[in-house]
Design a protein around this ligand. Structure first.
Ligand SMILES: [Zn+2]
Ligand SMILES: [Zn+2]
Length: 352
């Protein structure tokens, strides 16, 4: 079967390869992949700014249909539509595994980075990672469960949005837009999202179409002035940092109300940044880092899609056959896309 493989450092370290289809091990199921998203973190991998274990089949945002079940599997059957949480290997015994946070297990091996992932035709995984896709959720939508779960984890588990609050989301890439959607869905009174001139053609227009209360291009508008006008000089209740921009992170301290909450999700491109520490202390604001997602957040993401509370389909700008994976990266690099899906041969997902 065909697979997109990162086999060594450098941009020439990628290729479509023929790889062996593996039998599911006892306790595992094999998923026939229907659609797989390209994640911002994979763009970092494309540029060699992400750790991985070569050679590895890339891809951690995927969904599909169970094609085979391994020995001893009882509660899942061929034909079940599923997504898989991205922790194929964990120890199952450490503090984090036992308290529902396998994402922090030191034995965790993530598909697409440390073990083979889903940019291929078939992927096997233990049943403890599986979640059923609701009947009214399409494979295209389900492929966005992983990035959506990151937003749900941040805004429903780590720093819950309270009814009526004013939430500012920095960054209008897929993660920013998903956070803005989730904030609205769980009761924010007003959702404001920011972007820059590079987002002008694709991302800001989609943000506008999704109907957020304010969509602000910070290269054209004085953000601080605008926020102070909107909030009568008080500042917003909550900021979601999904831009990864040092300037945006520092501007947050001037935009948040006293005792407001900042939740940080976006990775910055360098190992250290400067931060207005004292200003943050004097405002008494809290800053929480949110990483990955728990089972609950994965499940709620699918439930929010099923209930029609979030419109993840609007984020999909491109669908390509698996072989055109590099075109997807190029469009992401130039910010000419939002979510790009790769569709392997044999999938029922239509490429238009
Ligand atoms: Zn991802
Ligand atoms: Zn563990």
């Amino acid at each position: 079967m065909k697979a997109v493989v990162k086999f060594k450092d450098g941009k020439d370290g990628w290729e479509i390869r023929d790889v062996q289809r593996q039998d599911p091990k006892p306790g595992e199921v094999e998923i026939k992949i229907q659609a797989a998203g390209i994640c911002g973190s994979e763009l970092h991998l494309y540029h060699d700014n992400h750790s991985y274990t070569p050679p590895v089949v890339v891809g951690h945002e995927f969904c599909g249909i169970i094609s085979r079940v391994g020995e001893g599997v009882k509660s899942w059957k061929v034909g079940d539509r599923v997504v898989a949480e991205n922790h194929k290997t964990v120890c199952g015994a450490c503090e984090y595994c036992r308290t529902g946070f396998p994402v922090f297990c030191t034995e965790r091996r993530t598909p697409g980075y440390a073990v083979d992932g889903g940019w291929t035709n078939y992927f096997s995984t233990p049943t403890r990672t599986l979640i059923k896709i609701p009947d009214n959720v399409s494979y295209e939508e389900a492929a966005l469960t992983e990035p959506c779960s990151v937003a749900v984890e941040a805004l429903c588990e780590r720093v819950p949005v309270k009814a009526g609050e004013i939430v500012l989301v920095h960054g209008c890439g897929p993660i920013g837009l998903l956070n803005a959607m989730v904030a609205k869905a769980v009761g924010a009174g007003m959702v404001i999202i920011t972007g820059t001139n590079v987002d002008k053609d694709i991302r800001l227009p989609i943000a506008n179409k999704l109907g957020f209360d304010r969509v602000i291009n910070i290269n054209e508008t004085d953000l601080k002035k605008e926020i102070m006008e909107i909030t009568d000089g008080r500042g917003v209740d909550m900021i979601v940092e999904a831009s990864g921009s040092e300037a945006a992170i520092n501007s947050s301290i001037g935009l948040i109300r006293k005792r407001g909450r900042i939740v940080a999700i976006g990775e910055v491109a360098k190992p250290e940044i400067t931060f207005r520490w004292n200003d943050a202390i004097f405002r008494g604001c809290s800053i929480t880092f949110s990483f990955g997602a728990t089972y609950k957040a994965w499940k709620y993401s699918l439930d929010l899609m099923s209930a029609g509370k979030i419109d993840v389909k609007s984020l999909i700008t491109h669908k390509f056959p698996l072989e055109k994976w590099e075109q997807g990266f190029k469009l992401m690099d130039s910010k000419e896309s939002l979510k790009v899906l790769l569709v392997p041969e044999g999938s029922t997902v239509k490429i238009d």
